[in-house]
Design a protein. Structure first.
Length: 380
């Protein structure tokens, strides 16, 4: 199919949309949220006042959908909402859109996330198989008795009948969560989805705000299978995460980086344990290493010692780098080159000493043979 060229014969007014919005924010957003943002720009450019109710009527949606859309764009940092108590009015400010920085996105590489689903399928096998997996994990990433804590046991999940499900949905908060999920996932929820959502809300005791962030996170990375977001929720529960801020920090610092570390080291996915979490804290908070340097250490570990490339091994590498003042990947290259040069220098020195020793011994042997030959000549 050839190129498409758009023209217009009309001289009517147009609403101007930023290319940054179209290129960066629009592709990953829910369609209803995009409609809302465009309509807000329309109101701005023609200086038209509005209410939540009038916007909902114009867009043929509910008022809570408008509020949800505004909240979404605030979370993306492109809207600001303020309330003037004196005038009893709200003001929405469209913030300046920034060009996307050329850096690795926290959601850029999510191959490891697929491993979570695969790992959960494995969990459905026999108890003996589970124990075998656990033993393998412990062998690969041993946890010292000093830092090990008892893992928080997950509450059992109840399978609800349709009648029980209907009764549950009389709870306004669960109804709102269902609407949130359908907005973020861009599809209607099936009964299995609702079972998982109710389990997270009622049994794991996630607050509405934490549930909302879970749905937003899974929607953004386009992993909306009920098994997936339930597995993520259980992982947060095991790590005693109770607020949106904690979940966001955990997701950025541990979940994304942790998955990439496992991938680099060739370790099968498993929930992060106390020892591994303490290592990541040490590397990111104490050493102040960025993800690129940590992953570089993983690459070196797997090359140097494939069978022993564990968190402990990587920690040894990063501890040496920290002591040497390494801060960037360029520093890593310099440090590695310097280390190799030192090893070569030492080995060359040892080889020279060995050769010198051998040369001296060989000279003595020749001298002895020469003396014997000369003595024999003298006798003759």
């Amino acid at each position: 199919m050839g190129y498409i060229k758009v023209k217009s014969e009309k001289k009517e007014k147009f609403t101007t949309i930023s290319n940054i919005f179209i290129d960066r924010y629009m592709p990953e957003a829910n369609g209803e949220f995009v409609k809302l943002y465009i309509y807000l720009i329309r109101l701005l450019q023609d200086n038209i006042g509005a209410t939540v109710s009038s916007i909902a009527d114009k867009m043929s949606c509910q008022e809570k959908d408008v509020c949800r859309g505004i909240k979404y764009w605030i979370s993306k940092g492109i809207l600001d909402l303020k309330y003037d108590k004196a005038e009893d009015t709200y003001s929405i400010t469209l913030l300046k859109l920034e060009e996307e920085e050329e850096k690795e996105s926290s959601y850029e590489s999510d191959d490891y996330l697929m491993n979570i689903i695969a790992f959960q399928k494995n969990e459905k096998k026999t108890a003996a198989k589970k124990e075998e997996i656990a033993e393998t994990v412990n062998e690969v990433t041993p946890v010292s008795s000093e830092t090990t804590s008892v893992t928080k046991k997950n509450p059992s999940k109840k399978r609800l009948t349709q009648n029980q499900l209907n009764l549950k949905l009389q709870d306004p908060e669960l109804m709102d969560l269902r609407d949130e999920a359908e907005a973020y996932f861009q599809r209607e929820l099936a009964q299995e989805d609702m079972n998982s959502l109710i389990y997270i809300h009622d049994e794991l005791h996630f607050s509405f705000d934490l549930c909302e962030y879970l749905l937003e996170y899974c929607g953004e990375i386009k992993k909306t299978d009920s098994k997936f977001y339930e597995k993520v929720a259980i992982n947060w529960y095991e790590n005693e995460i109770t607020t949106r801020a904690e979940a966001k920090e955990f997701t950025l610092r541990y979940f994304t980086l942790y998955g990439k570390i496992l991938e680099k080291l060739g370790i099968q996915w498993h929930s992060i344990n106390v020892k591994e979490k303490s290592f990541i804290n040490k590397w990111t908070t104490t050493f102040l290493f960025d993800n690129a340097i940590i992953l570089k250490a993983c690459e070196i570990a797997i090359v140097n010692s494939p069978s022993k490339a564990t968190f402990n091994y990587v920690d040894g590498i990063l501890t040496k780098w920290h002591a040497a003042g390494v801060k960037t990947l360029k520093d890593v290259d310099s440090y590695q080159s310097s280390t190799v040069s030192n090893v070569i220098s030492v080995n060359t020195s040892k080889k020279r000493n060995i050769n010198s020793f051998k040369q001296t011994d060989h000279s003595d042997d020749l001298k002895m043979i020469e003396d014997l030959y000369m003595d024999e000549v003298k006798e003759n």
